[in-house]
Every structure is written in structure tokens, then in C-alpha cells.
Write a protein that binds this ligand. Structure first.
Ligand SMILES: [Mg+2]
Length: 309
């Protein structure tokens, strides 16, 4: 099987989006932009041994590769539309490729995003997806809009993926739910889109709450006070925290792909309705302050957020 057969067999399927004039199969893809919208783009690479282990299934790798990019587009308050895929494979393993392709196609259909091009090479397994989305002119949610007095919020529960990773690293067996949080994250697509009218700043929690919230604070030139007791935590992780009095997992564990955002006081009431309509729990964990830096009430023990280098 050569490269072209591989692309045809596993990475070409009908595109339903009429704005794509040319998808996989030419030198480059073509799509049309709607008037009054900006193009939003992001890219993420997943590397075996860094972002997933050798035992992770092809299905989960495909899911996570797409989900992390959908999460970044959602954090911008934008609608994801198209993506390209660059994949390096150590060898051609047809059953692995079929499982990867089925999973990618299924999730693409669910979120209505079109695979419009890419590249395949031989090499250590790694996957790069570049995603393109749309947002109305000047409506994008950035990290720079947080103001003193805004509430600090997070979606869902924080720390489950980090807790799963901690269990695996310590020879413990995570629950299926914890494995799902680590390997098959749910990007907060609907919430991100809805938040663009409510939030003043937003980020997805990929490297750890403390570090990611700090990005908002630095970019916005503000500070914040949050309380660890207010961070929404699953019951199992709460048990671990009660036993160890260690809050480092929810503060620093990565890979949650929840949204962390700030909301001006006059929009906090509308936010409650939005939580219901998007069917996602939203929790206020603190407040933005004029004085710089992130103050964490309730825990000052050692912790270290994820850094690539
Ligand atoms: Mg991000």
C-alpha cells in the first residue's frame, strides 16, 4: 500500500459542508469564508510517549487528537469547521489505521468538522491536527478581557484526567470513567460558542488550572483569588484529597479540556441559564482582582504544572 492508497482508503470520505470547494486529493484544499467572519486557527501535536502511551488504542488517539483542537477553537468562542491531519506512522498496520479512521470520522461527523487535507510520512507515531473555525468579526473570546470584579468560573469537574494519570503512574487501576477523561476528553464546544456573549476571557484547561488561569491573568494584566474548596471535583478525587490533603492534582493536572473563564458581574445571572441550556455544570471558584498574581486560598503545598521543556 503506497501513500496515496493509504490516504484514499483511510482519510478520504464525502464532505457534506458546501463551503468546502475542494477537499482531500489536490495540492491544497479550498473553502469559502462567510462575510463578516474571521478565520480562527489552531494546531496541536500528539506524540507517543508524551501525550499518550504505547498501549493507548487507535480509537482513543484519534478521538483525543481531534478533541484537543476542538477544545482550543471552543475556548475562542468560535465554531470549528475544517481540519488537516499530518500523521507519522512507524509502519502500515491496516487494522490500526481502520480503527483510527473510524474513530476520527465518527467524531468529525458528531461535531460537523470536515477533514480537508493532510500528509502522511513514516516515522515515530505522532499526529498533528490543524483546525480552522469561524467567529463573527471581533466576537472571539481571548485571554485578555478579564477585569477586576469578574467572577472566575470553570466548567465540569477539574482534575479527573490528572488523577487518572497519577493512578497509572503509581501502579493503581483507574476507573473507566477516569480513563475516559484522560483518553477521550469531551471538548466544551457548545459552551464555548455560547460563552462568547457572556465571558470576558476564556482558556481551555489543558496544562493545569493554576497555569492556564495564570495565562488569562497575565494577558489581562489582572490578578485573581480562588478557593480550592470551591473547585468542582469528582467524588473519587475528593476522597484522595481528603486522605492526602494534597490539592496539586486539580490545580496542576493537565488534560481536563474544561473551560476556565471570567464573567462580568452583570452577566452572571444569564450564565446560569446558559449552564442549563448547554447541560454543563459551571462553578464560580473565585474573583478577578486588581492586584496582580493568582492567590490560591486553602492550599500552599508543593506543586508543579506541566511544562514541555
Ligand atoms: Mg488551549
Amino acid at each position: 500500500m503506497n501513500e496515496f492508497d493509504l490516504i484514499r482508503e483511510y482519510f478520504t470520505w464525502p464532505i457534506k459542508d458546501p463551503s468546502v470547494t475542494l477537499g482531500v486529493g489536490d495540492d491544497a484544499a479550498l473553502f469559502s469564508l462567510e462575510q463578516g467572519y474571521q478565520l480562527v486557527t489552531t494546531t496541536d501535536t500528539l506524540v507517543e510517549g508524551v501525550h499518550f502511551s504505547a498501549s493507548t488504542s487507535a480509537k482513543d488517539i484519534a478521538h483525543k487528537s481531534l478533541a484537543v483542537n476542538l477544545s482550543d477553537i471552543a475556548a475562542m468562542g468560535a465554531k470549528a469547521k475544517y481540519y488537516t491531519l499530518a500523521i507519522a506512522l512507524p509502519k502500515i498496520d491496516k487494522s490500526w489505521l481502520q480503527e483510527f479512521s473510524d474513530s476520527l470520522r465518527q467524531l468529525s461527523g458528531h461535531y460537523q468538522v470536515s477533514l480537508i487535507g493532510g500528509d502522511t510520512t513514516r516515522g515515530a507515531l505522532n499526529i498533528t491536527i490543524t483546525m480552522f473555525g469561524m467567529v463573527k468579526n471581533s466576537k472571539a473570546l481571548t485571554r485578555s478581557g478579564a477585569r477586576p470584579g469578574d467572577g472566575v468560573y470553570v466548567s465540569g469537574t477539574i482534575g479527573d484526567a490528572g488523577f487518572c494519570f497519577w493512578k497509572l503512574s503509581n501502579g493503581l487501576i483507574p476507573s473507566n470513567q477516569e480513563l475516559k477523561r484522560l483518553n477521550c476528553p469531551t471538548p466544551r464546544v457548545e459552551l464555548g460558542l455560547a460563552l462568547k456573549n457572556q465571558a470576558s476571557a476564556c482558556i481551555d484547561v489543558s496544562d493545569g488550572l493554576e497555569q492556564d488561569l495564570s495565562h488569562i491573568l497575565k494577558t489581562s494584566s489582572v490578578g485573581a483569588v480562588i478557593e480550592v474548596e470551591k473547585i468542582p471535583i469528582s467524588e473519587a478525587l475528593l476522597g484522595h484529597i481528603k486522605d492526602t490533603n494534597d490539592w496539586s492534582i486539580p490545580l496542576c493536572g493537565g488534560d481536563d479540556y474544561e473551560l476556565c473563564f471570567t464573567v462580568p458581574e452583570d452577566k452572571e445571572e444569564a450564565l446560569k441559564k446558559l449552564s442549563e441550556s448547554c447541560n454543563v455544570n459551571i462553578t464560580r471558584i473565585g474573583v478577578v482582582t486588581e492586584s496582580l498574581g493568582l492567590q490560591i486560598k486553602g492550599f500552599d503545598g508543593p506543586r508543579k504544572s506541566y511544562q514541555h521543556f
